[in-house]
Design a protein. Structure first.
Length: 550
């Protein structure tokens, strides 16, 4: 794919899978990055092939260049392929595992005339509107010249509902341009939301025209040549943005509309679906990695009164946002608590807690000038005013990080762990509206704790007291078990120095699932990737991505 980065792709690339975000969907545009993957040539999968069109008879050599990709999918008649809606129509043949060095009659798995097309009647070719969500179609195949059905020869792929916006996929297809070898390509990629559409997008160089209709596998058995499909190249503008670049590809999400058409194709039925497309409710998206590179501070708490963990983010602009948790390790909405402003730009550390004893969690913040304020029940009362616990110019100018928890006051998040600039570590128990309670020095000023770059707390070990998690400047991550008024607790290592945790830029722990225990760790990395580690204990818990990297 030597020319896969040509700045001016040919016109046919618009029917493939390429481009930046459509401008009417999102302001601004995504850009190619040096670390994105590039499609690689491979020998192909038995169940994935190309679609050729013809005018009279394909066996006479009356075929045009292949225009789209397709895959064999499970069906009662063993004769169904999946492709893009904008690929459907006309006289065509499907050639599984197409090999350019062989003539049509010598292809390794034969060829199959497409006898019938099943496409959404409400879809408009290369649409840039909501109906582009319907850019999928099925083709009913005739048996090969030997009388066999395609599924009996090459196997079939399973179709699954698209789980959500964030998925690991392998894209497979046959570029019809910028591909002098005329061979199949594949690319592992990470998907994310295409805002405003019931679609996902993925970055990979080399996905040129001709890959339209090609499957997006969530799982592949390379030896068997089949797998699980959760998407196909298609969608907005036929699967690519207005610029028709090669590195950004779209796919419809598979929901009710998709599987209704699939059922009709399996049953050999053509049913009209009304006069307008009703776009389903879009899954909630937390945004892009490019946005989340600006997430400066994170705080966990139960802010919305539904006993489910929520996340507060302070951005580099000073904007403050509340993300509403769903109680299952995800989020269902967001609310702005403060517009971009100079005041919150100068907050250096914050934490959730229950310092005022109300029905919801509070937010405590420390400013660069030493001012400290607690905002009670911030989910209902907002960020107006707050309770001043220390004024500008106080000793809290030297506080580097704070983390709320239960460090001696069992069952109540009314204690505060503080790391000071000189490496001293302090535990304040019984913090409330009237002050910081009782101070307990856990460590004298020291060199080691000057290197603690991120600090958070949660109940990772199930003890009476919470535990403290520290990411050091060298990438090492330590856990201090059962921190209390007399000691930080026993230290264990969770990640070695120079690990991938050197890229961790912000973190917080909270209770984001149904077990009610604050042992779910949220981490934002330097590339914007934001991840939750559910049920973290002495090792990091199950990882789920909340925001894909930029």
């Amino acid at each position: 794919m030597a020319s896969a980065t040509d700045p001016a792709p040919p016109p046919e690339a618009s029917d493939a899978s390429t481009g930046t975000l459509p401008q009417q969907a999102v302001p601004g545009a995504l850009r190619a990055t040096a670390d994105m993957p590039t499609a690689e040539h491979f020998l192909g999968l038995k169940s994935v092939g190309t679609i050729f069109t013809y005018a009279k008879d394909p066996t006479t050599g009356d075929m045009h260049a292949h225009r789209c990709s397709a895959s064999v999918v499970e069906s009662p008649g063993h004769n169904l392929i999946l492709t893009a809606g904008h690929c459907a129509g006309g006289k065509a043949v499907f050639v599984p595992s197409y090999r350019t060095e062989f003539t049509l009659d010598k292809q390794p798995y034969g060829f199959y005339r497409i006898a019938d097309w099943f496409a959404e009647s409400l879809y408009v070719h290369n649409s840039k509107k909501a109906d582009s969500d319907l850019d999928f179609a099925f083709g009913g195949l005739q048996p090969s010249q030997s009388g066999k059905n395609a599924q009996d020869v090459v196997g079939a792929n399973r179709l699954l509902r698209t789980p959500g916006y964030l998925n690991k996929v392998t894209m497979v297809g046959y570029p019809s341009s910028h591909n002098p070898e005329d061979r199949a390509v594949r690319c592992p990629a990470q998907t994310e939301a295409l805002p405003g559409f019931y679609q996902i997008q993925a970055k990979c160089r080399g996905m040129w025209g001709g890959t339209s209709g090609g499957p997006w596998f969530s799982k592949v058995d390379w030896a068997a040549g089949t797998g699980d499909i959760i998407g196909n190249v298609g969608g907005y503008n036929g699967g690519g943005n207005d610029a028709n670049v090669d590195w950004l590809t779209y796919s419809p999400m598979y929901g009710d509309w998709f599987f209704r058409l699939y059922d009709e194709a399996k049953n050999n039925q053509h049913i009209a679906h009304g006069s307008s497309y009703q776009q389903p409710p879009l899954p909630f998206s937390m945004g892009s990695g490019g946005t989340w590179t600006s997430a400066r501070l994170l705080a966990s708490g139960e802010y919305t009164g539904d006993n489910k963990g929520d996340l507060i983010v302070v951005w580099t602009t000073g904007e403050v946002t509340l993300y509403t948790g769903d109680g299952e390790g995800g989020f269902v909405g967001r609310r702005r608590l403060a517009a971009p402003n100079a005041t919150w730009k100068n907050v250096k550390s914050l934490t959730g807690g229950d310092f005022s004893g109300g029905s919801g969690s509070d937010l405590m913040a420390v400013w660069n000038n030493g001012e400290v304020r607690n905002f009670p029940d911030v989910g209902t009362q907002g960020l107006a005013g707050g309770i001043k616990l220390a004024g500008a110019g106080s000793v809290w100018k030297s506080a580097a990080q704070i983390s709320g928890g239960s460090f001696g006051t069992a069952n109540n998040v009314t204690d505060l762990l503080v790391r000071w600039n000189d490496g001293e570590v302090t535990d304040y128990t019984g913090v409330g509206d009237r002050g910081f309670g009782t101070e307990h020095r856990l460590l004298k000023p020291n060199t080691a704790w000057k290197q603690a770059t991120l600090v958070t707390a949660g109940n990772f070990t199930g003890g009476a007291n919470w535990d403290v998690l520290v990411r050091w400047s060298n990438g090492k991550v330590s856990q201090f078990r059962e921190t209390g008024p007399r000691s930080l607790g026993r230290q264990i290592q969770m990640a070695a120095p120079r690990s991938t945790w050197t890229r961790a830029a912000a973190m917080t722990a909270g209770s984001y699932d149904s077990d009610g225990r604050p042992d779910d760790l949220v981490v934002r990395r330097t590339d914007g990737e934001t991840t939750m580690y559910a049920h973290t204990g002495t090792a990091f818990g199950a990882k789920s991505m909340l925001v894909a990297p930029k």
